[in-house]
Design a binder for this molecule. Sequence first.
Ligand SMILES: [Zn+2]
Length: 270
Amino acid sequence: MAGYGTREVLAVRFGDRVTTRAESFLNYHLYGEPDENIGIDYYFWVIRDGDGTVTLVDTGFAPAAGDRRGRNWHTTPADALPALGIDPGQVGTVVVTHAHWDHTGNLHQFPDARIVMSQAEYDFWTGPLARRAHFAAHAEPAELARLAAAHREGRLALIADQHTLAPGIELVEVGGHTPGELIVTVAAAGGTVVLASDALHFYEEAERDRPFAILADLPGMYRAYDLLADLAAEPRTWLVAGHDPAVRDRFAPYRDQAAVTDLTRPTGSP
Ligand SMILES: [Zn+2]
């Protein structure tokens, strides 16, 4: 797409673990298939423009939270960005796609960045229902407090429905997985990258219509899958699942960085 020729869109794999299909897909018994182990990756995403503007999409999980929850982790954004030639202080905006613990850790590494998330997400996680067990299990209170502090400091921007973050970067509220889950569409050289974050953990959710196990609203999650499938059917539009190891097959590695995937270079593998 003209004008975005120098924009980079990268996925940084910072953690992983082995899980099971039964733990990953809602009511897996409905499919009548044996359970098996599957890998799950943890990513955050980087959008860098030719003029040096850097937007981070999510901040991964904090090492201590990862250790406590039994996830392998390899790096944090502040440790990984310098290898990409990015000073963490250069990150002007952090998009929080949703407030689950594996997307809001390490926010303290960006004390001056503007944080953008949906109003619905913020309201939910600062409200009473977030304390109920099936929601609370997926958030870290200290990180929610950090979002609230950013709100008081006037550096939290709350959006609704759809928001143009910068030319060619759209935030779209889809809900489903969480009350205000966002996806991010990014116009780049040659096409559009759709950062689905946890609106799509695994490609199989949209491609085989199998909802993920953790959710706020099942109709909303199905509608998000439909939207993502519609987007993926557009010419030169590439879907990036939020936790799927297949991302690293569907897109090429970034330069010599084994943990970084270049989301503007699809490999054509399904
Ligand atoms: Zn996640």
